[in-house]
Design a protein around this ligand. Structure first.
Ligand code: DOR
Ligand code: ZN
Length: 354
């Protein structure tokens, strides 16, 4: 199939439209001075997840959080945070109306209660959210989904598939005009579901789920910095994700899920879930697409499809990458704390040069 990409690819340089990150975690407070510049270095926009403690449930909270983020954008850098609100069992259709009227709010994030970091205030009974989903459908407010069930009897490697079968398939069938993004997909089941669903159903893909599988988590020891949720799956699922990413199908686009936890909270008996990828994000995707011989497909995935899905303009600036060969940082430090980023100390082929 011919590529309709405008990207300029030579063996050693790559110039693409500026990308956006359609899913990440900035956290709050002092950390914003580290996380916001790391992302604004490359991305024009990012959807900022609301799983703070306490969660960002109201438009007023999101606006205040947005201002704190903007205060940490480096001078001269053009960066636009897009805020996701945290859906709770108590969210009402009136709340949705208020969210729909604010251009800085991109949608609602559904965390099944207990599924992941700071999700305890999430949704306990998805089936009871009908009036909220109806309002979102009517008002064009997208639903962003952490797609995992939390029932303890369901095996952790099956949680995404069971969520799709039990909850997501019925939602997308019932609310045919509701925009749904299945976030950080990890299985062939999710790829197939999204590909076959109606046009307003899309998915984000993280670098770690494209580049790794569960062997990278568990063979030769527990590799805590590769632990995230949904957890890495077997190789055949990884391969399905890779094929989706490079397919040119506009339903699949970039969302890093960059999720910092300090070193001490990763390297401990009960380590936190999350891969902190912001410092090398686009380079990690370039690595993956390059390994798959599909660098010409990177621009659509990273810079076009998400904007098109959310009805936002494509970016007009460009970024340049060069094939130089470099080593990802072993650690990053800020305010007396240390983080071990995803891919720490490993080689990367591509680097952003401007
Ligand atoms: O690995 C993850 N980390 N998955 C999530 O869903 C949440 C995130 C976090 O906030 O740490
Ligand atoms: Zn996330």
């Amino acid at each position: 199939m011919a590529s309709n990409s405008s990207a300029a690819v030579s063996p050693d340089t790559l110039c693409i439209d500026q990308p956006d990150d359609w899913h990440l975690h900035f956290r709050d407070g002092d950390m914003l001075a580290m996380t916001v510049p790391a992302t604004a270095r490359v991305f024009k926009r990012a959807i900022v997840m609301p799983n703070l403690a306490p969660p960002v449930t109201t438009v007023a909270q999101a606006e205040a959080y947005r201002q704190r983020i903007l205060a940490n954008v480096p001078a001269g850098t053009d960066f636009e945070p897009l805020m996701a609100l945290y859906l709770t069992q108590d969210t009402t259709a009136q709340d949705v109306r208020e969210a729909a009227n604010n251009p800085n709010i991109i949608g609602y994030k559904l965390y099944p209660a207990g599924a992941t970091t700071n999700s305890s205030a999430g949704v306990r009974a998805v089936d009871a959210m009908g009036p909220v989903f109806e309002a979102m459908e009517e008002l064009g407010v997208p639903l962003l989904v952490h797609g995992e069930v939390t029932e303890p009897e369901i095996d952790i490697f099956d949680r995404e598939k069971v969520f799709i079968d039990r909850y997501l398939a019925p939602i997308t069938e019932r609310y045919g005009r509701l925009k749904v993004v299945l976030e950080h997909i990890t299985t062939k089941d999710a790829v197939d579901f999204v590909a076959d669903a109606h046009d307003l159903v899309a998915a984000t893909l993280t670098p770690q789920h494209i580049l790794m599988n569960r062997n990278d988590l568990l063979v030769g020891g527990v590799h805590v910095h590769n632990y995230c949720l949904p957890v890495l799956k077997r190789r055949s699922h990884q391969e399905a994700l890779q094929q989706a990413a490079i397919s040119g199908n506009a339903k699949f686009f970039l969302g890093t899920d960059s999720a910092p936890h300090v070193q001490a909270k990763k390297e401990t008996a009960c380590g936190c879930a999350g891969c902190f990828s912001a410092f090398t994000a686009i380079e990690l995707y370039a690595e993956a697409f390059s390994q798959l011989g599909a660098l010409d497909k990177l621009e659509g995935f990273a810079s076009h499809f998400g904007a098109d899905f959310y009805g936002r303009p494509r970016n007009t600036q460009k970024i340049n990458l060069q094939r130089v060969g470099w080593q990802a940082p072993e650690t990053v430090s800020h305010g007396g704390e240390t983080w071990v980023p995803y891919w720490a100390g490993k080689q990367l082929q591509w680097q952003v040069v401007g």
